[in-house]
Every structure is written in structure tokens, then in C-alpha cells.
Design a protein. Structure first.
Length: 380
């Protein structure tokens, strides 16, 4: 399935998203016998984690078990790290019907757990998420009238709904600090791509929700943004309010970097690149082949496939394909979610959860999950 989780190394916090990697969008994980930049994988440890020499892994939290005084939630999904003095905090969504929300784990500088707490309750099916430049966490509900909540990873302020950002089936979010907007994707068969322009950058209470539209004129690929008249309408879906809106075959993950918003469409297996400066939208991967150069390079990319081999792979700027960093055993019918590096880039966090979590009738035991930490000599 063309819906993956990625983290990108670089200064400060690596970005995490659900999306697809340009050069290996349909590769289905690492090729048999492939070797990543860290060398071959060693045999799995007692937790079923296979890693290269010099790396180690540990379980941080399991659904229903206590971590830092908190009972860890089921179906962990999107995640991110934010700095906390000399330590850091890992935030994780919970993609559970009716009992969703988000939780946070606070770490000391040595990596030990200091505390854990809920930062969002009373929400449902929280899958979409991203950290903001002002160190809050945006958590989106994947329901027809889903809301975006702005949460405090530090646990001081209560989470607040941001209804001006639209009510629809939220799939992913990405912040564009260059243009001071937040991009949002929609998990519908004819979903749209939106951007929210807050009245004041750093305050998401008021602003304008816009939808990507076909631009008038003959120039191929040219697009424009149009306001959504009623972003929080309970009767007319946002995607049906603007006739010129571009409709995608179920938009998946999105990620903004270096002036380009990349997004995937899971319905047709394509990867798109939106050039924010030129206001141009192009397909860069489709039909099993690369159609254009990757929109940005220069960093290692870490990718985790929804199906197939349960592994995290690394694609380097000079590599033709992915090589494995990690492989998990003993977790059939699971997916990897919530990749995020600690602010210093030395620790990688992620979760697994059964794919059965999409079935609301299942018990919380059936939609459990595990959150891990990997340490080692990660490349800068």
C-alpha cells in the first residue's frame, strides 16, 4: 500500500509524515539482500528488533501498560518530538474510535522517562498530526466532521479545537513557515488539499481555509487557492463548496520542505509535488516509475511501509534504493507509525499498531500498540 511513514534527518527535530518516498514510492520496502548505510542487520533481539551493529532498541510503552504513571493509549499513530530544556517530549496520537486523543512522554537528558500524561481527550480517531514551529501539537480526527485540536505537549494548557481549520476527514498536516500556512489533506475518495492562513502566525484561532483549485488558462500544472466559504459546515462538505477544487484519489501524507509540498494519493498510487513559489502541481511518481526529479534532496530519509516487511529503511541522497535500518519480527498484520527523531538526532521513536485498528468493533486489546526507541550512530 502506498502510504508510509517518514522521518528526515537534519538539524533540530526530524520531520515525520505519512507519505511516500519519491525514488522508491512503490518499492515495497528494502529489496532482498539490500544493505543500508549502517551495514547488515544482526539477528533480532528479545523484543524482535533486528538492527545493524552499534544500534540498540527498547520498548518505551505498550497499550494498557503504565509508563511514567500513565496507562498508554491504544493504536498509536502520528508522532513528533519537541525540546524540553535539556530533555525532550515525544507526542503520540491515538487512532481509536471515541477514545482517541493524544499523549506525551517526557524524557530526561539521559533518555530515561520522567513523566507521561494525556494532552488531548474527548476526541476520536486521531491520525493526522504535526508539530508547529511554536511547539504545539496539531491533532486531527479522521471522521467526516473531524476537527483539528491544538495541544500543548508540555501539559500545561488544555487542548483547544481549531474549527476555522475545517471539519472533514483529516489525514495529514504540514506547516509551511515560509508562507505562514498549514497544509491539510483529506482522507476521501475525492478528497482535496487545503491550506489554512491564520490571521496571525502562531495563532490558529482565526484565519481563512483555502482549497487548491485549477487555475484558469492553458498553462498545464498551474493551480490557485480559493477560500472555502464555510469551513466548519455541518451540511455541505468543504470539498464540495468550491466548484474549481482539485479532487484527488484519497490524499494521504504530506510534507513541506525547501519550498515544496509533497503528498501522496493512495487511491491511484501517485506522488505529487506542489511548488509553492510557482503555484504549480505536478505528478512526480506514477504508474510504477519516476516521472520527474525528486523535489528536494540532501538528507537521509527514513521510510516505513504500511504493508509487507515490517521494517524501517534508509534512503541516502546518493543511493538508488532503500536499505534497512530495522526489521521487526513477530508482529503480523501491523503497521509502523509516528517516526520522529529526538531534537539532537540521536534517538528515533516510532510505534506499531495492528491494521485491525480501522475496525471500530474491535476491543482496545485488539487495537493495541507498542512504542519503541532506537539509539545509535545516526548520520547527521
Amino acid at each position: 500500500m502506498l502510504r508510509r511513514t517518514y522521518a528526515r534527518t537534519g538539524p533540530c527535530t526530524a520531520r515525520a509524515l505519512n507519505g511516500s518516498l519519491w525514488r522508491v514510492a512503490a518499492a515495497g520496502g528494502s529489496a532482498p539482500g539490500a544493505e543500508g548505510p549502517y551495514g547488515p542487520l544482526l539477528p533480532p533481539d528479545h523484543d524482535g528488533i533486528a538492527l545493524p551493529a552499534g544500534f540498540s532498541g527498547r520498548v518505551i510503552a505498550r497499550t494498557g501498560h503504565t509508563v511514567g504513571g500513565l496507562r498508554w493509549h491504544a493504536a498509536p499513530d502520528a508522532g513528533a518530538c519537541v525540546p524540553d530544556g535539556e530533555g525532550w517530549i515525544y507526542v503520540s496520537n491515538s487512532a481509536v474510535p471515541l477514545l482517541g486523543g493524544a499523549s506525551a512522554i517526557k524524557f530526561r537528558p539521559d533518555g530515561s522517562v520522567r513523566d507521561a500524561y494525556r494532552i488531548l481527550s474527548g476526541a476520536t480517531l486521531n491520525r493526522a498530526g504535526c508539530a508547529t514551529p511554536w511547539r504545539t501539537w496539531l491533532s486531527g480526527e479522521s471522521t467526516v466532521l473531524g476537527r483539528i485540536f491544538e495541544c500543548d505537549p508540555y501539559g500545561v494548557r488544555a487542548a483547544m479545537p481549531r474549527l476555522a481549520m475545517g471539519r472533514f476527514k483529516h489525514q495529514a498536516l504540514a506547516c509551511d513557515a515560509d508562507r505562514r500556512v498549514v497544509y491539510l489533506t483529506e482522507d476521501e475518495d475525492d478528497g482535496c488539499l487545503y491550506r489554512f492562513r491564520p490571521m496571525d502566525w502562531g495563532e490558529l484561532i482565526e484565519g481563512e481555509l483555502e482549497v487548491l483549485c485549477h487555475a484558469p488558462g492553458p498553462a498545464p500544472g498551474r493551480v490557485a487557492w480559493r477560500p472555502v466559504p464555510s469551513p466548519a459546515s455541518l451540511f455541505t462538505p468543504a470539498r464540495h463548496q468550491v466548484p474549481e477544487a482539485v479532487h484527488f484519489a484519497r490524499t494521504g501524507g504530506c510534507h513541506y520542505a525547501d519550498g515544496v509540498l509533497a503528498l501522496t494519493t493512495t487511491g491511484d498510487g501517485k506522488v505529487w509535488a506542489y511548488d509553492a513559489a510557482a503555484e504549480r502541481l505536478d505528478v512526480i511518481y506514477g504508474g510504477g516509475r519516476l516521472l520527474a526529479d525528486p523535489p528536494h534532496r540532501g538528507h537521509d530519509l527514513y521510510t516505513a511501509e504500511d504493508g509487507g516487511a515490517l521494517e524501517i529503511s534508509v534512503v541516502t541522497p546518493d543511493a538508488a534504493g532503500p536499505g534497512p535500518l530495522l526489521r521487526l519480527t513477530g508482529q503480523d498484520r501491523s503497521k509502523i507509525t509516528g517516526l520522529a527523531f529526538s531534537p539532537d538526532g540521536r534517538r528515533l521513536y516510532f510505534s506499531t499498531r495492528p491494521t485491525l485498528a480501522r475496525r471500530p468493533s474491535r476491543s482496545l486489546t485488539a487495537i493495541g500498540g507498542t512504542t519503541y526507541e532506537i539509539t545509535g550512530p545516526f548520520r547527521p
